[in-house]
Design a protein around this ligand. Sequence first.
Ligand SMILES: CC(C)(COP(=O)(O)OP(=O)(O)OC[C@H]1O[C@@H](n2cnc3c(N)ncnc32)[C@H](O)[C@@H]1OP(=O)(O)O)[C@@H](O)C(=O)NCCC(=O)NCCS
Length: 303
Amino acid sequence: MTDDPCRAVGPARPLAEITRAAERRVAALAAGRNPALLARVDAAIALLDQTMPGRGHRDLPAELFPLVGDDAGFVPLLAARLLAGIAARRPARAVPDPVLPELQRQAMRILTLDAASLDDDGFLKDLSICLLLSFPCGAQVVEQTGCLPRMALPSGGITQAMQLARHLAATGYRPGPYLEIHTHTPMLGDFNPAGWERCYKLVADLLALRPDCLGMIGGSWFYDPALAMISPRLTYLADTPIAGGAFRIRLGHSEADTGHATATSPTRRKLVAEGRYLPTRWLLIWPREALLTWAASRTGAIQ
Ligand SMILES: CC(C)(COP(=O)(O)OP(=O)(O)OC[C@H]1O[C@@H](n2cnc3c(N)ncnc32)[C@H](O)[C@@H]1OP(=O)(O)O)[C@@H](O)C(=O)NCCC(=O)NCCS
């Protein structure tokens, strides 16, 4: 089992308390600084509010970077200022009630970040959470801009292409949007069967508020069917959704997949070193109606 990097994440705090804590943090970070800094942070927030809806969490607008400059204090201030406005932003960006406690827990963690950077994918997920464009949901953070990659059709042979073609036909040949799940290091404390089941139920709550979303997708080495032989402990990650009507398609191999798959497991490291395992990325697709049906069948099954 991985260490629990989530142990610093405390209980959900009321939104009013988060707002007050964020305002105190803003005051502390801005103390003694040129007042123009806060004006630049607010300009950045206006820019992000305008441009980020509909874009992935990494796809920051180029106009943001001149505002940030080389001021190391800017990014923590940006996160704190966004969290100070979280209650005001909520009516415009709907958060289902069951997701709110997850958001409240992560908000307090994000407030304590000292070394935030726009070069860090982990922080970009946190920034997207602060903007209420991504949502912490148990084992995963969920964003609402997922799209089926073009390479998915040819990357896994004829059977896969036909399966995907059937799904595309059933969804009006639209590549998205899907709710896309991502592993987020600060949330690894919930990376276990219970945390995943909570994730899928919260995804169902998000889907209910987003009728345009076609379902849930997630891409990872851990959806590879080869894991049945290599890391059977992890097969629940694909088995539960597949039992609920999801399917998976092969995307291919990259060095990043090897890096992720070998990061924590001596077994997988050894097999890769011996040339007996090539970590390969698969995409899990859980169509909307199937996921909603699964979630309805699970109501009351887990807490
Ligand atoms: C995805 C991830 C969080 C899963 O972690 P996990 O649930 O602990 O499962 P892992 O298979 O990685 O476990 C790693 C080691 O922890 C130990 N372990 C895990 N679960 C265990 C359990 N239930 N009992 C005993 N030991 C356990 C084992 O030593 C295992 O090594 P092994 O494969 O040689 O047996 C972890 O692999 C990880 O952080 N990977 C890097 C980041 C990543 O892949 N992100 C996703 C990108 S798409």
